[in-house]
Ligand binder design. Structure first.
Ligand code: BGC
Length: 262
């Protein structure tokens, strides 16, 4: 089944058509700059532009950089605060005229990696960290997803929020070498290890492509691997998520709908 996978980030909105049976991208990847300010209206308009670029009329899966509960954005760190409380599934579906299913961007990347990538068949605790404008996290225990963990917002001993100290954007803005940034990121991973003891840590987002440049600064005991899908993991996982949401039976959908109104 072909689904348009979209990764909405703090700096770019990227999409590609994904073959959900294999996890392969069957189109080129198209990227549009995230509008500033990134409000519900401006982001929905760019998403509509992206859908038009692919001449797409089918299902759309969207990874989004916020906690998403039943289609509603609950947080907004690197996007406009006006997203908080917005039903982004309704908003994006209306703007694109396609059924859009939305989830947290790190959750999306994790789903791709657990399905087809580095985490396939991995039991125990897997942590995936996406390194981009923010730091996104997702956990799987024996392959089961714990959604919406927001552990890029953890405060470190130096009093700084992890994502204000060791994200990809911080590396760019402060012009940090891979060594200096790698040491900062290592501090974060060590805190995560002492709190959650993952068996495997997968790294996604932009910096995953440069793993060779900073891996020698990582000292955690867990195995650490770059995502097989590198920074495409979010696109692939969003498409897989849309597929699973769309294949729910009518009864499942009824139950989900009634949960929304609780
Ligand atoms: C957001 C998360 C997101 C991460 C990566 C953080 O600022 O709070 O929801 O997963 O950035 O985009």
């Amino acid at each position: 089944m072909l689904i348009l996978g979209v990764d909405i980030g703090g700096s770019g909105i990227k999409g590609a058509v994904v073959d959900t049976e294999t996890g392969e991208l069957v189109s080129g990847r198209h990227r549009i700059q995230t509008p500033q300010p990134a409000t519900p209206e401006t982001v929905a308009a760019v998403l509509a532009e992206l859908v038009l670029h692919f001449d797409w009329t089918g299902l759309v899966g969207c990874g989004f950089p916020a906690a998403i509960q039943h289609g509603v954005a609950r947080t907004a760190a690197n996007i406009s605060a006006s997203f908080i409380g917005a039903h982004i599934e309704k908003l994006f579906s209306d703007a694109t005229k396609c059924p859009c299913y939305c989830l947290n961007d790190a959750d999306a990347a994790g789903i791709a990696e657990m399905h087809f990538g580095e985490g396939a068949g991995q039991s125990g605790v897997v942590l995936l960290v996406t390194i981009g404008t923010g730091l996104g996290t997702v956990f799987f225990t024996d392959g089961k997803l714990l959604p919406n963990t927001e552990l890029g917002h953890l405060f470190l001993k130096n009093g700084k929020k992890a994502e204000h100290y060791a994200s990809g954007a911080v590396r760019d803005v402060e012009g940090l070498s891979w060594k200096r940034w790698g040491k900062r990121f290592n501090t974060y991973l060590n805190v995560m290890e002492k709190l959650f003891w993952p068996d495997l840590i997968i790294l996604g987002g932009g910096a995953s492509k440069k793993f060779e440049k900073f891996k020698k600064h990582i000292t955690v005991e867990a195995r650490v691997k770059p995502a097989v899908f590198l920074n495409q993991a979010g696109i692939v996982g969003a498409a897989l998520y849309a597929k699973s949401r769309n294949s729910l039976t009518d009864i499942d959908k009824l139950i989900l709908d009634s949960n929304e109104y609780r």
